[in-house]
Structures are given as structure tokens and as C-alpha cells.
Design a protein around this ligand. Structure first.
Ligand SMILES: [Zn+2]
Length: 297
């Protein structure tokens, strides 16, 4: 890739930053409110909320016009073992069957860009009567993924775009681990995996991304041409990009950061979400995906 191409693309980037419509904020809010309902018990694997959200994502993919990866199912079920202690000595184990929900927007070439976000969160603390709604972690990422899927239904790309809502991330990235272990495409055909985890708390306009190789130059150029957001490379911790990274598949995890003291507490609620910030991030992500799609590697 030449510097000139990148510069031209980066110049266009500023212009397109405003291409994420304002009504997006309402859509994002509606989706986050839906996922954070009290009755959903924090969407923990095995809960009613977890499976309702799986069905809901599937319906959304259908209505957007995404197709299943193979056959006629959007679901990729997998198994996880949940263990808990009855008391100090008595330990129970149970097998749970969550699923990854996968939707495809066919491109013109044989390459793939994956846009992924985990929908699960944590078990309630029944004794203390505490529920962990997981608004920022990670209803925000799923709402953004759905919004991008909607945006790209009207944009023809070279790469096939695969949108995935991963399950059981909070149990150790189990859904994405299963996906990578059973990769449905040649791994060399994956141009990039963009993981969205916690996008709802944009502080000081700073958006973090983990090592985006081989697109480091692209990110460096974007940084200089993106006055609306301060982009900072940062180790975003272990999230659903991890097993892609371990298998040398290009990936980056995008986040507004781990909001310490709020994330993984009952305070991670919808009221705290910064929708204006999410709108900026949405414009950035839309353009980023277009630019990655445009670059020949
Ligand atoms: Zn998360």
C-alpha cells in the first residue's frame, strides 16, 4: 500500500466522520435498554435473558438482510461448564449451551472482515439482590455491531462482512474460542477482526484500540486526521480478539476503556451511557471498516 493512498483515504475520513446519522443515538439507546432489562438477569450464560438476546440478535440479523453463514441457521451453539459452590465443600457443575449468533453480508471478493461483540454478562448475586445489567459491558458493543450491520446493508464491500454476537465472553472468551477452533473459513482470508467491547463511556474523547497489525500505518494516519476522537493504542485486555490474536489472525479490540469501579458492578447501567460519544465512535468504525475494505494487502 502506498502512503499516497493512505493519505487520500485519511483525508476522506474526516469528511465521513459525520456520516453516522443522529437517529443512531435513539437506536443505540433502544437496543441497550432492551438488553439491560432487569428480567434478563444480566444475560449470563444459561439465563432466560441470555437466550432471549440470542433470539433477538438473530431476528435483527434477519430483518437487516444478513444471511446465515451456512445452511439456514444463524446460530453456532457451543458448550460451557458452569461451576458453583453450594457451600465451602459442595461444588456443583452444570453444562450450559449458549450460542454465537452469526450474520453475513456477502462481498465481491473472497476476503472477510469480522465485526464482533459479546452479548453475555454476569450472574446476579441473588443473596444480595444485585443484578449486573452490563450496559457498557457489553450491550454497548452489541448495539454498535447491530447499527454497523444496518449501515452496511446499503454499502457494497469487497470483503464479505461477518457480524458476530459472541456468547460466554465473561466465562473466558468461550464463544470466540469455539469460533476460532472451528473457523468456518481459511484463516488467511480474514483481513481483520474488529472486536467491540465497552464503547459507552468516552472519556476525554479518547478511544482505545489494541495492536491493529498489519494496519498500524492506517491507524497512525487516521489518528492524525481525526480531530473528533483521540485515538490511542493500548492493550485492551483479554476480550474476544484474544484467540484470533493467538492464532495470528489480524485483529483489534476497540474500547472506551475499562471503567474501573463501574464495570462488573450493578452500576454499569444504561443511564451512564454516553450516546453522543457512541455516535462519534460509530462514524469512526464505519469509516474504518470501509478503509480496511479498500486497502489491498
Ligand atoms: Zn466485555
Amino acid at each position: 500500500m502506498t502512503n499516497i493512498i493512505i493519505k487520500t483515504l485519511a483525508g476522506l475520513f474526516t469528511f465521513f466522520l459525520f456520516a453516522f446519522p443522529a437517529e443512531a443515538q435513539t437506536d443505540l439507546k433502544r437496543d441497550i435498554l432492551f438488553m439491560c432489562q432487569k428480567e434478563f438477569d444480566g444475560r449470563h450464560p444459561g439465563s432466560k435473558g441470555d437466550s432471549i438476546v440470542q433470539n433477538w440478535v438473530e431476528e435483527r440479523f434477519k430483518s437487516i438482510g444478513l444471511t446465515p453463514l451456512s445452511g439456514n441457521s444463524y446460530r453456532q451453539p457451543f458448550e460451557v461448564t458452569d461451576s458453583y459452590y453450594f457451600d465451602a465443600t459442595l461444588r456443583f457443575e452444570q453444562k450450559l449451551k449458549p450460542a454465537n449468533i452469526i450474520g453475513v453480508k456477502k462481498g465481491d471478493s473472497d476476503s472477510f472482515i469480522l465485526v464482533v461483540a459479546h452479548y453475555d454478562h454476569l450472574k446476579p448475586n441473588k443473596e444480595a439482590g444485585l443484578i449486573y445489567p452490563g450496559a457498557n459491558d457489553n450491550a454497548s458493543g452489541v448495539a454498535m455491531m447491530l447499527r454497523l450491520a444496518g449501515n452496511f446493508s446499503a454499502i457494497q464491500t469487497s470483503s464479505t462482512l461477518i457480524f458476530i454476537a459472541f456468547g460466554a465472553e465473561e466465562m473466558g472468551c468461550k464463544g470466540s474460542e469455539y469460533f476460532v477452533e472451528n473457523l468456518p473459513m481459511d484463516k488467511d482470508k480474514i483481513k481483520m477482526v474488529v472486536n467491540l467491547d465497552m464503547l459507552g463511556n468516552l472519556k476525554n474523547n479518547t478511544l482505545y484500540y489494541s495492536d491493529p497489525r498489519p494496519f498500524n500505518n492506517l491507524f497512525a494516519e487516521i489518528k492524525m486526521n481525526c480531530p473528533e476522537l483521540k485515538l490511542e493504542e493500548y492493550d485492551c485486555g483479554r476480550s474476544d480478539h484474544f484467540y484470533f490474536w493467538e492464532n495470528n489472525i489480524p485483529n483489534t479490540s476497540i474500547s472506551t476503556g475499562f471503567d474501573s469501579g463501574i464495570i462488573h458492578t450493578p452500576m454499569d447501567r444504561e443511564e451512564r451511557i454516553d450516546y453522543e460519544g457512541m455516535e462519534k465512535i460509530g462514524s469512526f468504525l464505519k469509516r474504518l471498516i470501509i478503509m480496511i475494505d479498500d486497502i489491498k494487502v
